[in-house]
Design a protein around this ligand. Structure first.
Ligand SMILES: [Zn+2]
Ligand SMILES: [Zn+2]
Ligand SMILES: [Zn+2]
Length: 342
């Protein structure tokens, strides 16, 4: 089988899901167009932004005049801490099942500056953001009934982020959500079978092969994963076998800042626009178990396909069968390495 020419399926070993790859359809190896959109123009402070320092949020609370990062409980939280984790099974046959979900939703502003993004902040400016994520993880992990902490950023209007002010969300839940649930099962099964870590082994393979490798520093390794679904999807893994940000050394916190800066600033060069994405960290469940199988990592899922305005849609076969892509992860990795160097 020729991975560069023949239609084939690739397995995501973290989720056990498949992606269909059709490299023969990518007739031109690279179709990127650099846009000349007017993207300048966000002010450093926007009086109508509910995240800017000193401004009032919907509901009336006024933000402090913060000068670094700023964390607050989401005013329209999807979860409430006082919810009872009660289970319902109407009829008792597992057909109408529901469960109460206690949880906490917070917003983390990365900077008082309305006009910055992770891509335009320096690695040094991202460090307080990483420190804040570490504090949030420690604090929420200690809360009874919180068994999983999801930090995620939706960036860009295309991903539904209506406010350009640099920020992310933290959703802490009693139950383990679906995606980390799949990854937990896969990492545990791998460890039981081989007595080794799935992602430690995967990183080793990617370092050996080299073609999907993007960036390395002393703390982290970034690849376009072999099984990537989104055209420009990347996976950031800690070099050491760490379960969460709780295990970071001060150096590793700095190395993560550097890696996030490199990934996001390279993204912005692909089409010459602020690159939209959803990203987030997958860390071990905070259910009181040790979880030696879990390996800290971050996923970036950007929606863009061919230009600043053409996005990939997950429709048709992808909704009813499984995801599909044309351009291979290997070609994307080569292009991203070029952009990062130039
Ligand atoms: Zn703002
Ligand atoms: Zn590992
Ligand atoms: Zn993951």
């Amino acid at each position: 089988m020729r991975l560069t020419e023949d239609p084939h399926r690739r397995l995501n070993p973290l989720t056990k899901e498949w992606v269909l790859v059709s490299p023969h359809r990518a007739t031109r190896p690279w179709q990127g167009e650099v846009a000349h959109l007017n993207t300048a123009g966000e002010p450093a402070y926007d009086p109508s932004c509910y995240l800017c320092p000193g401004n009032a949020r919907v509901g009336g609370t006024r933000n402090p005049a913060y000068t670094s990062t700023f964390v607050f409980d989401n005013d329209f939280a999807a979860l409430k801490a006082a919810t009872e984790p009660e289970r319902l099974d109407v009829g008792g046959r597992g057909l109408l099942v529901a469960q109460g979900e206690p949880g906490v939703c917070r917003v983390v502003c990365f900077s008082p500056r309305h006009d910055l993004t992770l891509a335009t902040m320096s690695a040094q400016e991202i460090e307080p953001v990483v420190q804040t994520w570490m504090e949030q993880f420690r604090e929420l992990a200690a809360v009874e009934n919180i068994n999983h902490i999801q930090v995620f950023e939706n960036r860009g209007a295309m991903m539904g982020a209506s406010n350009p002010h640099p920020h992310c969300q933290v959703w802490a839940t009693a139950s383990l959500p679906v995606e980390p649930g799949k990854e937990l099962a896969a990492q545990r099964a791998y460890q039981q079978k081989y007595d080794r870590c799935l992602l430690c082994d995967y990183i080793g393979v990617e370092q050996h092969e080299g073609q999907r490798l993007l960036f390395e520093n002393d703390g982290f390794i970034t690849v376009v994963p072999f099984w990537a679904v989104w055209p420009f999807e990347v996976l950031v893994c800690s070099r050491r076998h760490l379960g969460s940000m709780n295990d970071f050394t001060p150096e590793e916190a700095r190395h993560l800042s550097d890696m996030l800066h490199r990934v996001t600033s390279t993204y912005d060069r692909i089409f010459g626009v602020p690159f939209p994405y959803s990203m987030g960290f997958h860390q071990l469940p905070t259910d009181g178990e040790r979880h030696p199988e879990w390996h800290f990592h971050a996923h970036f899922y950007p929606p863009l396909l061919r230009s600043a305005t053409i996005r990939k849609f997950m429709v048709g076969f992808e909704m009813l069968g499984n995801p599909q892509r044309d351009i291979t992860p290997e070609i994307v990795a080569a292009r991203l390495r070029e952009l990062a160097g130039g």
